[in-house]
Design a protein around this ligand. Structure first.
Ligand code: HDE
Length: 694
């Protein structure tokens, strides 16, 4: 169990109970509710140093938010490699399977400001700081394996296009507006990434249920100096799951902190998020073996072509103590590399090597941000850098230059253990042109489309229709449809038909027909009902024993249950027993749960059937393809809620059809098993789309 970083942080933690209230100078204060006045009703005195300090500090509390990825949530954890990767790299944390390395991970959305909602359509950042004994290594990735542009010089253009428009700062945290789609139409290299952005990957159910990708091709370098190209992947233990668009919109109002809360509460509950690190390794000599350029960040390497090798496990097991000090002040830099890991000439990656350090200087107010507790390496940093705002270490001695004799030549330079840049041979004429090997902008967009299940395709088309439906200029809509016709004719026609654009008459290129099953969320392994949230709807007269059986069964597989009733407090069950209500229905909604169950009890079900909120709860959960279960009289509520009667049925015994599980009698093992299995599926896409009114 590593505690390298935790131990170091302990020295900085401040326990409010450990000592009395003081000023910043340590002077004890006995009264902080009244400023010092000349007479009880007189003016405040300048000499009130406590008042001045308190107000001044408050006035200076804000720092600039990140220009992108402003909204984020973080957690500490640990990483351990399964077996030594010394064949490929000298990075110690990847070579020693006995070593646990502390990490800090920050998940984020990209476009919205710090206070924006979590469940917007957007890429999610997945940035990991490994506090290794060779210094910090930052893997600053996203949950989508490709990027919008090929060259970093386009980044300001792209970000200006996607951010709220400059004249009125609208819309917040949304890509559905003129400037983004104007840019998209004119910049075909974005097409592959836009396909991902319009897919449900951009609506993760939880940070615990999304993949992470390093995106670029990096290098691993071993002790002999041999380099191997590498793509980094994180795979979540709980499988890859998303919300649906309608649900995200409603959650943004019900609980704008939905993903943040989920991360925080899971860690508090001991349900530690887990991810497996995987590598795609490509020998140096195979650099040219692909029909795309390995340096092009708008391309993936299909997993069927180069399998992802699982190499280690990361567990997030600790919430930060203070959001600002840790999650806000954490500073990721793509250039934080350890020996054995190096970059390539990917022009996007090269730009990032500059931008991250630069952005921290303005955001955190100078070059000493590396001394902030969350950013400090677990090995001591020692060099001749001096001064700057907020210097918090005290360098000793007379010499702050190298070489020197006055400090005995110290700090000494390393030889064997020093970071060595891979001695890549570089040669070329200066040019502002892009290699032809970067010119296929549609092939992999088509690959992505071809790999989708039918329901995924439907969601992508709906997303395009929604986003382009918000675009006010017809020529922008037309241009995007024209580009989509290079991806797939049928898709372009479907999009055009929804947005009042003349559908393209014929295809411009024939769809190449290739697919990569690993790209589909439909084909990702599921991980059971672990940590799924199930709502049990109940009112006075509910069969309390049934509630207990269901709760026990769900908890046994790691699921979470809340009993929701018309009001908080205790319900009186059918047998006079008491059933505790976790939340009153008016304070929650189906979109905050993964599944819903209605136990039996004639009085309870009658009350719920007459409660519009309860009925809507069931209809909406059904609409969003969630597992819906009912026992005994509860089946009647399903009928009232438009949940297909043909599914709920009137058949005896347990009937399980497309995630609707009913049992006309009292709870049975067969019912419990079928319901748990339905919850584990996450969503029952066979029901999508269903025109129920919700
Ligand atoms: Fe970033 N990016 N980025 N980015 N990025 C930032 O750094 C930038 C790119 C990513 O949780 C900024 O500290 C440029 C790709 C994440 O703190 C900034 C380019 C990928 C985070 C910046 C890219 C990312 C950032 C803003 C194109 C996925 C949040 C604040 C050349 C592989 C890290 C900050 C956190 C943050 C610049 C492209 C991921 C301005 C110039 C590709 C996860 O430095």
């Amino acid at each position: 169990m590593t505690d390298d970083k935790y131990r170091q942080l302990d020295a900085h933690r401040l326990d409010p109970k450990a000592a009395p209230y003081t000023t910043d100078q340590g002077i004890r204060i006995g009264e902080t509710d009244n400023s010092l006045r000349a007479g009880e009703r007189g003016p405040t005195l300048m000499e009130d140093f406590h008042f001045r300090e308190k107000l001044t500090h408050f006035d200076h509390e804000r720092i600039p938010e990140r220009v992108v990825h402003a909204r984020g949530s973080g957690a500490y954890g640990r990483f351990q490699v399964y077996e030594s990767l010394a064949e490929y790299t000298t990075a110690e944390f990847l070579c020693d399977p006995t070593l646990e390395t502390s990490v800090f991970v920050r998940f984020s959305t990209v476009a919205g400001s710090r206070g924006s909602a979590d469940t917007v359509r957007d890429v999610r950042g997945f940035a990991t700081k490994f506090y290794t004994r060779q210094g910090n290594f930052d893997l600053v990735g996203n949950n989508i394996p490709v990027f919008f542009i090929q060259d970093g010089i386009k980044f300001p253009d792209f970000v200006h296009a996607v951010k709220p428009e400059p004249q009125n700062e609208m819309p917040q945290a949304s890509s559905a507006h003129d400037t983004l789609w104007d840019f998209v139409g004119l910049q075909p290299e974005i097409t592959h990434m836009i396909m991902w952005l319009m897919s449900d990957r951009a609506l993760p159910r939880s940070f615990r249920m999304m993949q992470g990708f390093g995106v670029h091709t990096f290098r691993l370098v071993n002790a002999e100096g041999r380099s191997t190209f590498v793509k980094f992947h994180w795979k979540p233990k709980l499988g890859v799951h998303s919300l649906v668009w309608d649900e995200t919109q409603k959650i943004a109002g019900m609980d704008p902190d939905f993903n943040r809360r989920d991360l925080w509460e899971s860690i508090e509950a001991g349900d530690f998020p887990e991810y497996e690190l995987g590598l795609q390794l490509i020998a140096e000599e195979d650099e040219a073996a692909f029909d795309f350029d390995l340096l092009d960040p708008t391309k993936i390497i299909p997993e069927e072509r180069v399998p992802v090798r699982p190499v280690g496990r990361m567990v997030l097991d600790r919430n930060p103590d203070n959001f600002f000090a840790e999650t806000e002040q954490v500073a990721f830099c793509v250039g934080n590399l350890v020996p054995g890991i190096d970059v390539t000439d990917d022009p996007l990656l090269q730009a990032r090597m500059f931008s991250y350090l630069d952005t921290q200087l303005i955001r955190l107010g100078g070059p000493n941000f590396t001394q902030l507790p969350v950013n400090r390496p677990v090995v001591e940093a020692r060099n001749d850098h001096r001064d700057g705002y907020h210097q918090s270490v005290i360098p000793q001695g007379k010499a702050s230059y190298h070489p020197n004799t006055l400090s005995g030549g110290c700090p000494a330079l390393s030889n064997g253990l020093a970071y060595t840049h891979y001695p890549e041979h570089v040669e070329g004429v200066k040019t502002r042109t892009r290699s032809d090997s970067f010119s296929d902008h549609y092939g992999q967009a088509t690959l992505f489309w071809n790999s989708m299940a039918d329901w995924e395709k439907r969601h992508i088309v709906s997303a395009f229709r929604f986003e382009l439906g918000k675009v006010t200029y017809p020529h922008i809509r037309e241009k995007v449809v024209e580009n989509l016709n290079h991806v797939d004719h049928d898709m372009a026609v479907q999009v055009a038909e929804g947005i009042g654009v003349e559908p393209p008459a014929k295809e411009v290129v024939e769809n190449h027909g290739r697919s990569s099953p690993a790209l589909s969320q439909d084909r990702q392994p599921t991980a059971g009902a672990d940590t799924r949230k199930v709502a049990i709807l109940a009112a006075d007269g509910v069969h309390g024993a049934e509630v207990d059986v269901i709760k026990d069964a769900l908890r046994a597989v790691g699921a979470k249950c809340d009993v929701l009733g018309p009001r908080e407090g205790e319900l009186t069950g059918a047998d006079g027993d008491s059933v505790h209500v976790d939340h009153a229905l008016p304070t929650v909604a189906s979109v905050l749960y993964d599944a819903v169950l209605v136990p039996g009890g004639p009085f309870s079900v009658r009350t719920l059937s007459e409660d519009g909120q309860a009925v809507h709860f069931v209809t909406e959960a059904y609409k969003h393809c969630k597992a819906v279960g009912a026992l005994g009289e509860g089946v009647r509520l399903l009928d009232t809620a438009h949940v297909g009667v043909w599914r709920a049925g009137s058949r005896e015994g347990t009937v399980s059809d497309q995630g609707v599980v009913t049992h006309l009698g009292p709870v049975s093992d067969e019912f419990v098993e079928a319901f748990v299995a339905a919850v584990a599926v996450h969503r029952h896409w066979g029901r999508d789309p269903d025109p129920v009114p919700a």
